[in-house]
Write a protein that binds this ligand. Structure first.
Ligand SMILES: Cc1ncc(COP(=O)(O)O)c(C=O)c1O
Length: 387
């Protein structure tokens, strides 16, 4: 491949296994569904999908999306409460533009999604980390920080978190919704993995609380259909939606992605999206089981909780381990991962490693974990045989 003409964001040298990649594998992207959806659009006489779109997003698309979400969440979603985005990333960027000023403070989970940290940095925001445990955000720690400072918003990934895989409990969700009203800060819930649940039905999505003015839920088709569509949504209380809809970006460019919305609308309406998600869940849960078995076999001392959805394993190495050092050495064995430090807003989490099971088939997942073991055994001074 010509490296001057990259075609995807990530370029992988041949023979290399990068277990750090948190993208879906190309072969899992449903080209036939998208082809069919596009053909249906092209066959109709209505060309409005090629025109500047309504600022909030195409009304028929929002209607279809609302039905899909109502069934998925098990609680009613109104099309008026939905705003179409170009994915969670664009939603986060817009929220920062409209609701913050450079120098404002926001709260983030520790660890958190590393690329959201980049978006927040672009907006000059000051980050305060809030610790998490296996049940998600630690609310006592949050309340302590709230006593010192009121953030503009709290960004969190409540279900099958990236990178930890943890899910915020129902009890904590309810308390958080109370807190955001008592202390007047915004909850920005990135629910991108909510529908990729394998062995746990996640608690009520924050979308279910979006009637509360201080709650915004973000969703995306990147993980349940295809990232290249650049399509997602926000769900929020109507006055927030009004604020979003009247921004300059949309005044000039119109609503986001009318073209791909029209294609995806058909895929939702004919029930194919739901079927596709079921098939993804079967594939990913098999890969998760393979990664878990490989970790038990090759890295029996690594500590982790088995994820119940999403894409990731979050491993804790021994106390004196340095995942960045391991990463440099791992290159020699043609394997890679994401070191924990990238998910810390404070340069911490050095002994953690994120592995993903979304991008490779089972055989490569097993081989990748085996190569990690070889790297540890042969190259790393802090290796101990129980790891
Ligand atoms: C937690 C989280 N949020 C957002 C994104 C990006 O979403 P989108 O493609 O909808 O911008 C990702 C992708 O890996 C993610 O893991």
């Amino acid at each position: 491949m010509n490296t001057f003409l990259p075609v995807t964001q990530i370029q992988i040298p041949s023979g290399f296994i990068d277990l750090g990649i948190g993208d879906p594998q190309l072969s899992l992207l449903p080209i036939e569904l998208i082809r069919q959806g596009a053909e249906n659009c092209f066959a109709q006489n209505d060309l409005s999908f090629l025109q500047y779109g309504a600022e909030q997003g195409n009304g028929y698309f929002r209607l279809a999306l609302a039905k899909f979400l109502s069934a998925g969440y098990g609680s009613p979603v109104e099309p008026e409460s939905l705003f179409v985005t170009s994915g969670v990333s664009s939603g986060l960027d817009l929220i920062c533009t409209l609701f913050t000023q450079p120098g404002d403070t926001i709260f983030v989970e520790e660890p958190t999604y590393f690329l959201a940290l980049r978006i927040f940095a672009d907006h000059g925001l000051r980050l305060v980390p809030i610790p998490t445990d296996e049940e998600g955000l630690v609310l006592d720690a949050l309340e302590e920080k709230l006593a010192e400072i009121r953030p503009k918003f709290l960004y969190l990934i409540p279900a099958f978190q990236n990178p930890s895989g943890h899910t915020l409990t129902q009890e904590r969700r309810e308390r958080l919704v109370e807190l955001c009203q008592e202390r007047d800060f915004l909850i920005v819930a990135d629910e991108v993995y909510h529908f990729l649940n394998y062995s746990l039905q996640p608690p009520k999505a924050f979308a279910a609380y979006s009637g509360v003015r201080n709650v915004i839920s973000l969703g995306s088709f990147s993980k349940i259909l295809a990232p290249g569509l650049r399509l997602g949504w926000m769900q929020a209380e109507l006055s927030r939606i009004e604020h979003l809809v009247t921004c300059g970006l949309l005044d000039s460019g119109g609503g986001m992605n009318p073209f791909t919305s029209a294609i995806v609308r058909g895929i939702i309406e004919n029930g194919e999206l739901e079927k596709h998600i079921l098939s993804l869940k079967t594939t990913y849960s098999a890969r998760l089981a393979t990664m878990d078995a490989a970790l038990r076999r090759y890295l029996p001392g690594a500590r982790y909780t088995i994820p119940q959805g999403g894409y990731f394993f979050w491993l804790r190495l021994p106390r004196d381990a340095d995942a960045e050092e391991l990463l440099t050495k791992a290159n020699e064995f043609k394997v890679s991962f994401r070191p924990g430090i990238r998910f810390s807003s404070q340069g911490g989490l050095r002994q953690y490693v994120r592995l993903s099971f979304s991008f490779y088939e089972s055989q490569e997942i097993e081989e990748g974990v085996k190569r990690l073991r070889q790297t540890l055994e042969k190259k790393v001074t802090w290796y101990n045989p129980h790891l």
